[in-house]
Design a protein around this ligand. Sequence first.
Ligand code: ZN
Length: 429
Amino acid sequence: MEKSFMPAFQTREELEAYQLEGLKWTVNHACRGSAFYKKKFEETGVTPDDIKTLDDLKRLPFVTAQDLQDNYPWPLLSAPMKEIVRLHASSGTTGKRKVMFYTAKDIDDWANMFARCYEIAGLSREDRVQICVGYGVWTAGAGFQLGCERFGAFAIPAGPGNLDMQMQFLIDFQPTVICATASMGLLMAEEVDKRGLRDKINVKKVIFGAERSNDAMTGKIKELMGAEHTFDIPGLTELYGPGTGLDCIHHTGIHYWADYYIMELLDPDTLEPVREGEVGEMVYTTLRKEGAPLIRYRSRDLTRAIAGTCPCGSILPRHDKLLGRSDDMFIIRGVNVYPGHIDEILARQAGIGSEYQIHLKRGDDGKDYMTVNVERDEGGDPNRDAKLAKKIETEIRKGVLVSGKVEIVEYHALPRTDRKSKRVFDSRD
Ligand code: ZN
């Protein structure tokens, strides 16, 4: 049997005991090693000794992206420089970059976490992995590479772009796995198709990083490459980088590595935990990170927890794919609504296109009203609009727990942009 990178625990109780130990260690370590954390704790009036149960996590102050910027270039540094072996940074302009520091143990932990991703995706050491993401100061290339070597598969560090070389490698080295952004994956798939290479290559799995894929993209990539599975790897520079969780081959949600970090799902407005199954902001606390530990770091990313047990039997908890950013949230009739959530509901409906707009208005009665404009599918029958609108209204009410009116508009009636489309139009004062 091949070496496993999964945790040895069998039960949730064992996992929680391990988390508590890690939490106590992290708070002590951060308080001792970082002037930033020490000051934060003092301001809040908590000391490391106050952490006696996992529930005490709630007593700790939050860390935000603003804190990282304010303390540039050495934010969250909690270990002596002689122990730091590397930095990585997110893309962004000077001063806006999020810089993170790694000890040798952090790099080792990250490699194990990422190796676990390849394991849960069902790879073996026989697999050959063409890594087509960027190498450099950001975490993508380094993470995919480290994990692949730790796992023991064959890594081909191709980097992004250079389609001629990519195609050559696909034929000459017969990689079984491609790691790329969704856009790069699509470019490669189209190139394979254009050159008629499908029968000459052997790609079984595609792992996307750095950029969310959508169903249309993944469908196309699978079809053109003849791949069986695609996976979306979550990745946040602040939390090591990519490789902190992945869906298994049952694709029932992303298993995340709860023995390395705790993920709280909080209402971005009240900062209280959301009810089970509700959408909340992912707030991270690392359990072993030495160089730049995170304590209640507000990522602004939104998702929901997935209850129950996966058919694969793993005790590692699951969360849904990312559903957008909390900055995009709006409140209507006391309910938090995220455009990403509406987006997801619409994506499941047949007969409509991918463009939509959400309009919020205050009525003469003083109440708030939401209207969602959705495009009819290309060539769709206008006579079905009323029925379709009713159906989508029901789905929205069930999904986001607030009623809205759905108006079906002509195909191509809504504006297109190659930048981020504006989705929410709020005319309430
Ligand atoms: Zn599973």
